[in-house]
Design a protein around this ligand. Structure first.
Ligand code: ZN
Length: 200
């Protein structure tokens, strides 16, 4: 009896999960906008109702993210200024479910400030150090519209903060403090340093 209840509970939980193959496809539903495109600088709007159109968008974002072999993607990167982001730190594991965050808010930061080399599907080939808090508490809605909270550390905390920046029109290069390396890294990949909106 207990085990059948557990099975029911698991089934109910899984019903909300989007079933998306992680196998990279050749023709993903969306192209990813790159540094210099204005949509990346547009603040994203909160999502009112989490309905099938939002779930469909999240699914298409995941397919586009897996095609680009990324671990995170925010809706502005595919030209949709909405507060929706998808994360999957286990893109090599076909079974691990992705994380879908709708209207995410950081409610607390903690741990220590740490330096980590970041990259971004919108600035391909550029990897530079960024300093961020190591722990964050986040509240959000999942793909079924259910309110959720989580505490994240390590790579997950890093990824959430990077993706949430996208919702505010901020890119990781805006936070890079070594401006010589920044100019060099962008120049090598043909990006224009004038498209950086330096925060510090
Ligand atoms: Zn990014």
């Amino acid at each position: 009896m207990a085990s059948s209840f557990a099975r029911l509970a698991r089934t109910a939980e899984n019903a909300g999960r989007l079933q998306v193959s992680k196998e990279p496809v050749d023709n993903p539903p969306y192209d990813i906008h790159t540094l210099g495109d204005q949509v990346l600088r547009t603040p994203a709007k909160r999502i009112g109702k989490v309905d099938d159109s939002i779930r469909s968008l999240a699914r298409d974002m995941l397919v586009s993210m897996y095609a680009a072999k990324g671990i995170g993607l925010a809706a502005p990167q595919i030209g949709q200024p909405l507060q929706l982001l998808v994360i999957d730190l286990e893109i090599e594991d076909p079974k691990g479910p992705p994380l879908i965050l709708i209207n995410p808010e950081i409610t607390a930061v903690g741990g220590s400030l740490c330096t980590y080399e970041e990259g971004c599907l919108s600035i391909p080939g550029v990897y530079l150090d960024v300093v961020r808090p190591s722990v964050v508490d986040v509240s959000y809605r999942d793909e079924m519209g259910r309110p959720k909270r989580m505490k994240a550390d390590g790579l997950m905390a890093r990824c959430i903060q990077h993706e949430m920046d996208h919702l505010n029109g901020v890119l990781f290069v805006d936070r890079v403090t070594d401006h010589d390396k920044l100019r060099e890294g962008l120049g090598e990949k043909g990006f224009n340093p004038a498209d950086v909106h330096a925060i510090a």
